[in-house]
Design a protein around this ligand. Sequence first.
Ligand code: NAD
Length: 426
Amino acid sequence: MSDILSSVSPSSAQEAFARAERAAAHIPGLTAGPEREIASVAVVGAGTMGSGIAIALLQSGLPVTLIETAQPALERGTGTIRAALERMVARGRLSRAAAEGAFGRLDTSLDMAAAGDADLVIEAVYESMELKQAIFARLDGIARTGAILASNTSFLDIDEIAAATNRPEAVLGLHFFSPANVMRLLEIVRGRRTAPEVLAAALAFARRIGKVGVVSGVCDGFIANRLMRPRALQADAMALEGTPIAETDRVLTDYGFPMGHFQMMDLAGLDIVTRGRTDRTVMGDLVAAGRLGQKSGAGYYDYDGRRAVPSQAVDATIAAVARDLGVDRRPTAGDDAILDRLLLPVVNEGARIIAEGVALRASDVDLAAILGYGWPLDRGGPLFWADGMGLATVVEKLRGLEERLGAQFAPCEALVQAVGTRAFAY
Ligand code: NAD
């Protein structure tokens, strides 16, 4: 990986990261006005995200009302919150008094009307437009004037959700990453009609709860998930072509990611990732075989405790799916080739995200990758890394991939135009 390793100096990457973090808080055209204070929050949905979000808020000193539809779900949620606080006490990261204080700020309800006094309502129910619209319509009739209504949706259109209310200017996305009490990225999704003071309040709120707020426009996946999708697609494609998944993961961890793509899927839960998908995939077959990831003791890997061990059963599943889908078995060989195939399409997507105005600047894209997906800090994020490599090299390599593998690798117009400049320097 000679050219790649020498392309970025770690210290300059870290300085760039510090600059990126400062820059993210500045939104062009957003003038300082009277700030809307957020002193209380209601969270609708006490599943994985709702309870994680509640922990983060409680720890920051905010009172939280957690709302569910049924008692067992509410108890599961409060149990998760209690257990997380207890773990922090046991590890010496939180005093007993602070944990009790945090838990004491938690209120619960089975009635949405309990959101009526909150300054901010964060919806974290299942990823369904129909359900989210129903909840926002209901909240519109309940929430006090001036309250901010936020959705934690991963992919859905915030403008469509806002359209279910009579106050679209008060609606935005607050996209937390899992685990929400740990991950520092908070994507603030600005809808077409989100009011400037609502956006400003969301940025201040992010700081207040110790997160880095990155503003994103509305699109499928917002910045981080959209940016990293091409990596997932290529990891899956290479697996079907016969590149061992452990090899792909090793190349990513050698580059500096804390874990590889398939390890990350196993951690997220394959049933969660495939929810709603009907096409034939390796992941779908693994779920059907009861391999849900780390939580079931087997996913893309077998697990010996938390240690991932390659599985022959998974190799057989991959070979069967490849045969059924008629994929040529032609493994990608060599670390450089695997890395180029995984990460150069991410650079390409990052350039598109900026060209479309979904991200305000290159450094926001890099922040989202570093804080949302563990992109190694000393590489500076995909665009900083690409800039260091030279955009001419990036475009040339993408064209090579396009020739061999198809149009999905074609460098986008914005990237081609940027050759010869340091378009992503910051
Ligand atoms: P989940 O299935 O763990 O939890 C959803 C919860 O919502 C359940 O407890 C359910 O009982 C509750 N619920 C459903 N209808 C309700 C209603 N009408 N009122 C109150 N509660 C209701 O789901 P999750 O993983 O926490 O995801 C929630 C949202 O967060 C989704 O939009 C998802 O896309 C998004 N998200 C998830 C992740 C992740 O990694 N899991 C990351 C970022 C964003």
